[in-house]
Design a protein around this ligand. Structure first.
Ligand code: NAD
Length: 443
């Protein structure tokens, strides 16, 4: 197909996933037009500013804007005319009224694009969707596309990790493409040629399997985190040390050490909503018992937040009313400014609701946190957040907090007490410097 050899692609939805995908595809030599319905994002990206924190992305963005291979627009007609392959990267958050995924953004994007596709075109979904969505969207596209237009849909779920987005996009550990169309497969092989040359596995599946790979990967990862956090609960009750336990488990290569860090648990814009949407979909498919264990995975994860609050309360004598608390961390994980379902902010906000004055510091997520949580106070440094605190909680394991100097911190707090919600500090060292140190899952 002549048109498809132009190597022109569009990326629809330029949030964490889409902006990274657009910039990296331009970096790999393709001509890319990114589209978003949020004009502030388009303005910012067009000016070379990444509207969120992602290490290394700004350099890739500015380099490719300058090369002319990367542009941004809000105009669907421009995107439809420009590209032959369109990557769908819009959000699929949890619905407000249930555990299921809100597919309205994906549907709106398809509804805007499909009627404009008057030359042979391919749409590749990258968003995380419940199994069965792609088949439904393919019918929707067929109904909306101009008569006789050759428009096909494939699904290639995205596995990138925030904080490692550029690296994961340029060198993913696998590429999965759901399609039964030779044309879609050929287009994806061409667009993934730089990765194929590196020997990265390229798996072609049916649509449903591709959708399932993503949600089952996230279900597995969430389960692994909650497994070790369940062991942390037992360790606390039994007087055992879950850090040693996790280390001992990690040497078994059937288990492995990754995602086996006990602590405050998972959050963010993916794992929590993805396991809930997966359960909701299993329910619809009539196989609810198959995934009922994920309810427990979610519950264990939520209990870690409550337990962290309890430990801090215990340390200051049983009540937060009128107390001063310092919180280190707002992002759901380090190297990101994403605060969606952030365990750190959940804990901070709960403590504030119990009557404490809570001051939060985060190296990158303060602006977002301020907008979402006006109930909290904010500081511009770790020392400022800890000033006069009767207890300090470390809730996101930024390197800056891991490397914190207990002597410096001790000079500003009211009482040297710390709850290490991420098992990021050396308990012996902190205790030797006069701190009362508590962590999840350790004596
Ligand atoms: P996000 O909220 O950061 O970005 C979504 C973008 O889509 C927003 O900029 C929004 O304005 C835009 N949008 C909404 N409706 C639109 C429309 N009709 N047309 C064009 N643009 C529209 O979300 P995200 O984190 O980038 O996630 C996107 C998808 O990727 C989700 O399904 C998510 O589960 C999946 N995913 C995310 C990550 C991650 O690390 N963030 C990793 C893998 C998969």
């Amino acid at each position: 197909m002549v048109a498809e050899s132009r190597n022109r692609i569009s990326v629809i939805g330029t949030g964490y996933l889409g902006a990274t995908h657009a910039a990296c595809m331009a970096e790999l030599g393709f001509e890319v037009l990114g589209l978003d319905v949020d004009p502030t994002k388009i303005e910012s990206l067009s000016a070379g500013r990444v509207p969120f924190y992602e290490p290394g992305l700004e350099e890739v963005l500015t380099r490719n804007l300058a090369s002319g291979r990367l542009r941004f627009t809000s105009d669907y007609a421009e995107v439809a005319a420009f590209a032959d392959v369109h990557f769908l990267c819009v959000g699929t958050p949890q619905r407000a009224d249930s555990n299921a995924a809100d597919l309205s953004f994906v549907e709106a994007a398809v509804d805007s694009l499909a009627p404009l596709l008057d030359h042979p075109s391919i749409i590749i979904g990258k968003s995380t969707v419940p199994v069965g969505t792609a088949e439904r969207l393919a019918k929707r596209i067929a109904a909306l596309a101009p008569a006789g237009a050759e428009v096909e849909l494939g699904w290639s779920p995205e596995f990138l990790r925030e904080g490692f987005g550029v690296e994961d996009t340029l060198r993913p550990n696998r590429i999965v493409v759901g399609t039964d169309s030779p044309r879609v497969e050929a287009a994806m092989r061409r667009l993934c040629a730089p990765q194929l040359e590196q020997g990265i596995p390229f798996l072609v599946t049916d649509l449903a399997t591709a959708e399932l790979v993503k949600v089952s990967a996230n279900a597995f990862l969430a389960t692994k985190i909650s497994f070790i956090n369940a062991m942390a609960e037992v360790s606390e009750a039994a007087g055992a040390d879950v850090i040693k336990l996790a280390e001992a488990l990690s040497y078994d290569d059937r288990i492995g050490g990754k995602f086996l860090g006990p602590g405050l648990g998972f959050g963010g814009g993916c794992l929590p909503k993805d396991i809930r949407a997966f359960m909701a979909r299993a329910d619809e498919l009539g196989v609810e018992p198959a995934l009922s264990f994920l309810r427990e995975v979610d519950a264990i994860n939520q209990r870690r937040r409550a337990r962290t609050v309890d430990i801090a309360r215990g340390l200051i004598g049983g009540s937060f009313a009128g107390r001063t608390v310092g919180v280190l961390g707002a992002a759901f994980k380090p190297n990101s400014d994403d605060i969606r379902d952030s365990p750190a902010l959940d804990v901070a906000s709960t403590i504030a609701s119990l009557g404490a004055v809570v001051t939060v510091y985060d190296p990158e997520a303060l602006e977002r946190a301020k907008r979402e949580h006006p109930d909290l106070r904010y500081a511009h440094s770790m020392l400022e957040a800890a000033r006069d605190a009767e207890v300090v909680l470390l809730l996101t394991e930024w390197a800056e907090f891991r490397d914190a100097d207990p002597d410096e911190l001790a000079k500003v707090v009211a009482e040297p007490r710390i709850v290490d919600g991420r098992n990021a500090l050396d308990p012996q060292y902190w205790r030797s410097r006069g701190w009362t140190y508590r962590a999840l899952g350790r004596p």
